[in-house]
Design a protein around this ligand. Structure first.
Ligand code: FMN
Length: 368
């Protein structure tokens, strides 16, 4: 089928050179060919038996669309408004550790790809580029905080993010202690010394493994959220919510938004697939704040499913790292363009003129 003139909007879906990825999931195998086994395992792996990792994507397959016809979809637009900012597409890049394992330019390359496309980039506390280096790319940035033991250091990170022009703080509340990632154990993964925790590394981290737990507060409480909200003028998004009551609690304490996520299956294995937790959280939040979503987004149709269930926008995770390993900044650009084009195509095929029109009557759940 040719869409004629309409197809020129879908740059990301034009024919790629033979052998190149044609969907986000294709980037994984291509990245794994290039990455050292330890880094490959660190990026792709998850906790224990990886039940939740698999279920995060399988759960999308339990939804079907009931598209509408007869709508004039020419000139449809894909932007959404989140916390007072316009996003060109309804997705952003999720906070993830150590992009420099994939490419020497790391987070800076990804942020540049975001800047060129009007997409938000979220830098992790355990990122391998500094807050300021990422800001210099001109991307709209959010900073993800892992609460550190030392309040002064937390304040310093919050202040640096605000001073560098970041738009928001993401407080991740599902990862104060880490799930047991058995692929990392099998490969004996250790962070190479040339890849640094650019924002938190003081001296040597005592453990040569994924994180330096000695610097992190090994529990996250609602008091910590209240503290963060009290120590920044930026909006605070709570990441890692699955239970509706936690979403309500976060908003009552002053969170600006919540992100429904199970950390890509890397924390409590056999946690509910994130997409299966979304509707109840949206209902509990009842329009008081935007609800974001991540964990398992691989397709434009996944984005549309999350929007229809009530998410305002989603975060893209692992495919960003895989595309970075495959092709650096340009590779990430390919992945982002592909997803943006898939979203636009899915919206049009579903008979929607914008993401705001997605609602639950677009969806039917299949048994199983
Ligand atoms: C290699 C890797 C590192 C991650 N590091 C962080 C992090 O530093 N902070 C955080 O809040 N989430 C982190 N996450 C979780 C992501 O933000 C996101 O929740 C997850 O990747 C979503 O799952 P998906 O990538 O399978 O879609 C990480 C995920 C991966 C795969």
């Amino acid at each position: 089928m040719s869409g004629g003139g309409g197809m020129d909007q879908l740059d990301g879906l034009t024919l790629p050179p033979p052998g190149d990825p044609v969907r986000l999931a294709d980037f994984e195998a291509l990245a794994l060919e290039r990455l050292p086994p330890g880094s490959a395992a660190y990026y792709s792996g998850a906790a224990n038996d990886e039940v939740t990792l698999r279920d995060n994507t399988a759960a999308f397959d339990r939804w079907r669309f009931v598209p509408r016809v007869g709508v004039d979809i020419r000139g449809r637009q894909t932007g959404v408004e989140v916390l007072g900012h316009r996003w060109r597409s309804p997705f952003m890049v999720a906070p993830m550790a150590l992009h420099q394992l994939a490419d020497p330019e790391g987070e800076v390359a990804v942020a540049r790809a975001c800047a060129a496309r009007g997409l938000v980039f979220c830098l992790s506390t355990v990122g391998s580029a500094t807050i300021e280096e990422v800001a210099e790319t001109g991307a709209a940035c959010w900073f993800q905080l892992y609460f550190l033991d030392d309040q002064g250091r937390n304040r310093e990170l919050l202040d640096r993010a605000a001073a560098a022009g970041y738009q928001a703080i993401v407080l991740t509340m599902d990862a104060a202690i880490l799930g047991r990632r058995e692929r990392d154990i099998r490969t004996g993964f250790a962070r190479p010394p040339e890849v640094r925790y650019a924002n938190i590394q003081r001296g040597a981290l005592r453990r040569g493994d994924t994180y330096g737990d000695d610097e992190f507060k090994l529990s996250n409480t609602w008091d910590d959220l209240a503290w963060v909200i009290g120590h920044t003028r930026l909006p605070v998004i709570v990441k890692g919510v699955l239970h509706p009551a936690d979403a309500v609690q976060a908003l009552e304490l002053g969170a600006a938004a919540v992100d429904v996520s199970n950390h890509g299956g890397r924390q409590l294995d056999r946690s509910i697939a994130a997409i299966d937790a979304l509707a109840a959280v949206v209902d509990a939040v009842a329009g008081r704040a935007p609800v974001l979503f991540d964990s398992g987004i691989r397709r434009g149709t996944d984005v549309l499913t999350a929007l229809a269930l009530g998410a305002r926008g989603v975060m893209l995770g692992r495919p960003v790292l895989w595309s970075l390993a495959w092709g650096g900044e340009a590779g990430v650009g390919r992945a982002l363009d592909l997803l943006a084009a898939e979203v636009e195509l899915a919206l049009g095929l579903a008979g929607l003129r914008s993401p705001d029109e997605a609602s639950r009557d677009l969806l039917a759940r299949v048994p199983g």
